[in-house]
Design a protein around this ligand. Structure first.
Ligand code: OSB
Ligand code: MG
Length: 367
């Protein structure tokens, strides 16, 4: 009952300019390439997914092109004409394909949207979410200077309760502390994207007194030993982002005691089905957890927002308004912040659809 048979899966590869350049010590992103997925069942119901890999492998090994190849050659053929009773079965149909979790994620998510549409339920309700408003959080890039002070003030005026700043080699912990102290009503996260591989543990320790709620990914993806050392010698909670590429990495975090906060990126670890397993691991092992962003469009955001309705999330995620990154997001309706929160959709599924005119405008390839 309530199952679905996949008739067709369509892909739209788009390239959309960002409103402002997104600069970290790893990369400056000026335009965002992405793949939108439409999964159509025998009755013509459509589920949507979005691939969050980047154009080049600066953040994850997978890229838009490797995802495209995996989707077209192996993953889509494994699903078409197949019948499923539940979206959690979709990942099992990929068991013959190793890795490629970002490519798998967009199909898994499309299946969850499709299933919720067929049940005529908002996805967050299908997932047993307990809140229909999600706290907003924004990522600000650039040095800790007067411009940053005014950006933080603007973020507060827009209702954000949490800002995440990027740390690079020039970030001064004393200046950062001043900024944090002058904004007592805001939570501050700092994301290092592994810069302390270069700067070292002693440099990291200087951020321990900055009043941060957490420090995200001080060391590189595979630096479990350095993250352990940091956790032993610092008060500020260590959050792992790049290190959590799969459910097994989350399990490793729980059993090794490395880090105390999980940054969940459903689009990176294989989708909603895998995300639910990570949430369970966090719950059983008393790890804090929140949802991280990848400079996404509205489809991925809507999937992440639905997950954020679950009770396990205690910290605000990377949930900014559509207008933060985009002049035009080809997904509608847009994400809006009101009184510091984003209201979850009452519509079935993830509650968003493609604006076909805008998809056409930014389209570079379709399948
Ligand atoms: O490390 O969290 C990260 C964006 C792209 C790639 C990696 C990261 C980010 C962000 C979040 O910091 C940006 C967002 O709000 O989408
Ligand atoms: Mg991060």
């Amino acid at each position: 009952m309530g199952g679905f048979t996949i008739r067709e899966i369509r892909l739209y590869r788009v390239l959309v300019p960002l409103k402002n350049h997104f600069s970290t010590h790893l990369q400056t992103v000026k335009e965002r390439e992405s793949i939108f997925v439409e999964m159509v069942d025998l009755e013509g119901e459509v589920g949507l997914g979005e691939c969050v890999a980047f154009s080049s492998p600066w953040y994850t090994e997978e890229t838009v092109q490797t995802c495209w190849d995996a989707l077209v050659n192996w993953l889509i053929p494994a699903l078409v004409d197949k019948e499923f009773t539940h979206p959690s079965e979709v990942s099992a149909a990929f068991s013959h394909v190793k890795g490629n979790r970002m490519a798998k994620a967009c199909l898994d998510q499309a299946a969850w949207d499709l299933f919720a549409m067929k049940k005529d339920l908002p996805l967050w309700k299908l997932l047993d979410g307990v809140r229909n408003e999600i706290d907003a959080g924004v990522v600000l890039t650039g040095g800790v200077d007067d411009r940053m002070v005014s950006s933080v003030r603007k973020a507060r005026d827009a209702g954000y309760k949490r800002v995440k700043l990027k740390i690079d080699a020039d970030t001064n912990p004393v200046e950062l502390k001043k900024l944090v102290d002058s904004s007592a009503d805001m939570l501050f996260f700092a994301d290092a994207n592994g810069i302390f591989d270069k700067l070292g543990l002693d440099a990291l320790k200087r951020f321990d007194q900055a009043g941060l709620t957490l420090i995200e990914q001080p060391f590189g993806d595979d630096e479990w030993a350095m993250h352990w050392k940091a956790g032993q010698s610092m008060e500020t909670p260590i959050a792992l982002d790049e290190s959590i590429r799969s459910v097994l990495d989350a399990e490793r975090m729980a059993t090794s005691g490395v880090g105390s906060v999980v940054v969940l990126k459903p689009g990176r670890i294989g989708g909603t089905t895998e995300a639910l397993k990570v949430i369970e691991i966090a719950k059983e092992n008393d790890l804090a957890i929140w949802i991280g962003g990848m400079i996404e469009f509205g489809i991925s955001k809507a999937h992440n927002l639905a997950l954020a309705s679950l009770p396990q999330f205690s910290l605000p995620g990377d949930f900014s308004a559509s207008t933060h990154f985009w002049h035009e997001d080809p997904v509608e309706p847009s994400v809006e912040i009101e009184n510091g929160v984003i209201k979850l959709s009452k519509r079935p599924g993830i509650g968003v659809n493609l604006n076909k005119e805008l998809v056409e405008k930014y389209l570079i390839e379709s399948y």
